[in-house]
Design a protein around this ligand. Structure first.
Ligand code: SAM
Length: 285
């Protein structure tokens, strides 16, 4: 095992194979000694954008050859890379963070494994994990859900699907879309704690918490710059423990099914449509 070897030793004698190497998500210093050794020692670095990776290599005095690669690359390109990795070490990096996490590499790794090429992962920065650790939200269970869809209906469908998940939810987000996503979250989970983690590891790093509606108001007044991780805390304990039928029955004694569903959804963070369907059933009993 390569434990505690200095970088200079790691760059020598790398075995053939595909090395998945995590790179910084902002601060150029966030790269491991092992990652630098591998990037120095491989025969070729497959990367999303040679200009982006070139800057990182230059900052660390590494002159390894680069080749552009993403999952839209032709079968032939992939086959050539894998043939190379079978004989000599080849690294895969993305523009930032951990390759394959909302980044290219899935097909390459899958085919490497299927064809018996050794795959090694060199861990490092990942914005989802940095955001999670910074947010103060429960982290014993979390679900990484990538980017929310841009279209309203598709976004609402994804949020609906995630209603049943009893865990902190982690999304990747962009500045221009943040407010819309927060408004959509406010509709579905008005009570859940949300965190917006922005510009992680960079000069203007920020993590702001609150309920989605308040955060949406804030960011409509202060349009956010830079890269964002959006996190939604798990359903509030009272919601997961609450008996929705009991709450609905009580509400139905005073109001319509639709109003009852709205009130119980607000109080518990549970999905309004589902509560409405249940309210109609309870009323018919
Ligand atoms: N593979 C990367 C990783 O390991 O985090 C993620 C790549 S994905 C294409 C880019 C998204 O990651 C951004 O839109 C943003 O949501 C998130 N991200 C990347 N760097 C970030 C940073 N420094 N601060 C906040 N979010 C970041």
């Amino acid at each position: 095992m390569n434990t505690l070897l200095p970088e200079s030793d790691l760059s020598n004698d790398l075995e053939p194979g595909l090395y998945i190497v995590a790179t910084p998500i902002g601060n150029l210093g966030d790269i491991t000694v092992r990652a630098l050794g591998v990037l120095r020692g491989v025969s070729l670095i497959a990367c999303e954008d040679t200009r982006v990776t070139g800057k990182l290599l230059k900052a660390h005095g590494i002159s390894t050859r680069m080749q552009r690669y993403d999952d839209h690359a032709s079968e032939e390109t992939r086959a050539r890379l894998l043939e190379r990795a079978r004989n000599v070490p080849v690294a895969l990096v993305s523009d930032a963070g951990t390759p394959l996490v909302s980044d290219p590499g899935y097909r390459l790794v899958r085919e490497a494994r299927e064809s018996g090429v050794t795959v090694t992962s060199i861990p490092g920065a990942c914005a989802a994990v940095v955001g999670l650790t910074l947010s103060g939200l429960p982290n014993d269970r979390f679900l990484f859900a990538g980017f929310l869809p841009v279209k309203e209906k598709a976004r609402a469908d994804v949020l609906e699907e995630l209603c049943a998940v009893d865990a902190t939810l982690v999304f990747y987000e962009t500045g221009p879309r943040l407010e819309r996503s927060l408004r959509a979250i406010a509709q579905v989970w008005p009570q859940r704690e949300v965190a917006v983690a922005r510009e992680l590891t960079k000069l203007h790093e920020e993590c702001r918490s609150g309920i989605a509606a308040d955060l949406a108001d804030h960011y409509s007044e202060h349009p956010p710059k830079g890269e964002i991780v959006l996190l939604v805390g798990p359903p509030v304990e009272s919601a997961s423990k609450a008996d929705p039928d009991a709450l609905l029955r009580e509400a139905l004694s005073e109001m319509s099914a639709s109003k009852a569903a709205k009130e119980v959804a607000k109080a518990t963070g549970l999905d309004r449509q589902t509560l409405y369907a249940r309210a109609v059933e309870l009323r018919a009993e």
